[in-house]
Design a binder for this molecule. Structure first.
Ligand code: F0G
Length: 443
């Protein structure tokens, strides 16, 4: 099935369109872009995807991203032709998205008070985070347009993933990171995979604006989640979750919120599946912010100027966002959380994020560092691994259940976005007997 694909501005009143081969992260007026497909995907593909799980050593069937390639066929290729797939699609030999699917974790379920709950460890990707889902597609686009060097800013996981795919594809990679704010295990991956590390004084938002500026000046190819091809790959997180439920949509899908690439991709995948008639019910998205980096929580819940930021059918109050950013700058408010992955104050995908929340009647909650650590630890006590930012998911579900927003018999899928790459965090947690689930060492 070959569907004609193009890029389109997300602002309905602008709607500018561009060919797939254009290298851009926004329309000429500066709005974010979507990848659009002209034909509807038939639901008979569900069978095709299921059969591919018996992959017969075809890496594009083995990959948990490319198994769904008809739904992200922006290369506009014959998806059954393996030679053509090999020529165009970038994959770490089928490893991305292969092991991540929803798992039941009984201790976490009992803790949050919901039994119909599954957590999907995206940390089981080759570079250890959900980023590989979108990096495999962004680098595929980079290869399509004959790019030799990719660029990103990162709190650590994006850079690890970008560096890994660049190494495997013989591309160069520059990573801009906030100096001293990246977990050691993530920084080491950037070096290990041979990327050029560029340390920026400041936080992730500063690193992103510098990297975008330099990419703009030098014609570089940005692989942050503002790149719409990243979002296409991350849709498969939702496909794997839904497939495991026989495409019966759950009541909730829950993510930690940082730059809101995940929220955006979840929203886009649900919009498409609903439009194509693959799902009858739209799950509600819950985004969980850290209390120390809670811009979405603040704006969405009307905690600034008592005005609730909404997509408003494509007419969001962008001045409200500007005023809040100015307020943060003027008052020296900087994001601060031990969960450095989501230590972000100016989510680059804010508008796509609130569009997703509007489509799904979503909610935004915030949790403390302590709550995230407890959530992370309990995931560990179920024999699964996740980092502190991912601990926001069980912590947020617990909070939303306590508030009565998530009901005890609702079905919930939570996305554990990355594996533990900061070994000091669980060691410190367990050494302190005051922590809820601490198991201090004995002599
Ligand atoms: N969880 C983890 C483990 C992350 O690394 C990130 C983002 C997020 C959640 C937030 O996801 O941006 O889609 O809302 N990390 C980026 C990075 C910023 O550079 O690795 P989002």
């Amino acid at each position: 099935m070959i569907s004609e694909a193009f890029q389109k501005c997300i602002d309905p009143s602008c709607g500018l369109e561009y060919p797939i081969t254009d290298i851009r992260i926004g329309c000429d007026r500066g709005h974010l872009l979507d990848i659009k497909y002209k034909s509807k995907a038939p639901s008979s593909l569900k069978e095709v995807f299921y059969k591919r799980r018996n992959h017969s050593n075809n890496i594009f069937n083995e990959s948990g991203v490319w198994r769904f390639r008809e739904l992200l066929n922006f290369c506009q290729i014959d998806t059954e032709d393996i030679d053509e797939c090999s020529k165009y699609l970038v994959s770490l030999d089928g490893a991305e998205g292969r092991l991540s699917k929803p798992y039941h974790m009984s201790k976490v379920s009992n803790y949050v008070g919901v039994q119909n709950m599954w957590l999907q460890p995206e940390g089981y990707n080759p570079s250890g985070s959900f980023k590989d889902n979108g990096m495999t597609t962004a680098v595929t686009h980079a290869k399509l347009v004959k790019i030799k060097k990719i660029i990103c800013a990162s709190t650590g996981n994006t850079s690890a993933s970008a560096a890994m795919y660049a190494a495997n594809e013989n591309m160069e990679c520059d990573v801009y990171i906030p100096s001293g704010e990246v977990a050691p295990g993530k920084l080491s991956q950037a070096f290990q995979f041979g990327s050029q590390v560029i340390e920026i004084k400041g936080n992730f938002d500063d690193a992103l604006s510098t990297s975008l500026k330099r990419a703009g000046e030098a014609g570089g190819y940005t692989v942050n989640s503002v790149n719409p091809f990243r979002i296409e790959g991350q849709k498969t997180i939702v496909y794997r979750a839904l497939e495991s439920l026989d495409w019966n949509a759950p009541d909730w899908i829950v993510y930690p919120g940082g730059a809101l690439g995940n929220t955006s991709s979840c929203g886009k995948s649900l919009m498409e599946l609903y439009e194509w008639g693959w799902i009858k019910k739209i799950p509600r998205i819950a985004v969980i912010n850290s209390e120390g980096a809670n811009t979405l929580y603040t704006l969405y819940n009307g905690k600034f100027e008592e005005s609730e930021l909404r997509w408003n059918k494509g007419k969001p109050d962008t001045d409200l966002i500007k005023r809040y950013y100015e307020f943060m700058d003027t008052n020296g408010i900087r994001p601060k959380t031990k969960a450095t992955a989501i230590q972000i104050a100016k989510p680059a995908n804010m508008l796509k994020g609130i569009r997703a929340l509007e489509f799904t009647n979503g909610v935004v909650a915030q949790v403390s560092d302590g709550e995230m650590l407890d959530g992370m630890t309990l995931v560990g006590l179920n024999g699964f691994d996740c980092e502190m930012a991912s601990g926001a998911v069980p912590a947020g579900i617990k909070k939303l259940v306590r508030e009565g927003t998530i009901k005890k018999d609702d079905s919930v899928i939570g996305i554990l976005t990355g594996r533990q790459k900061d070994s000091g965090i669980p060691v410190d947690y367990h050494k302190n007997p005051e922590n809820k689930f601490a198991n201090p060492p004995r002599s």
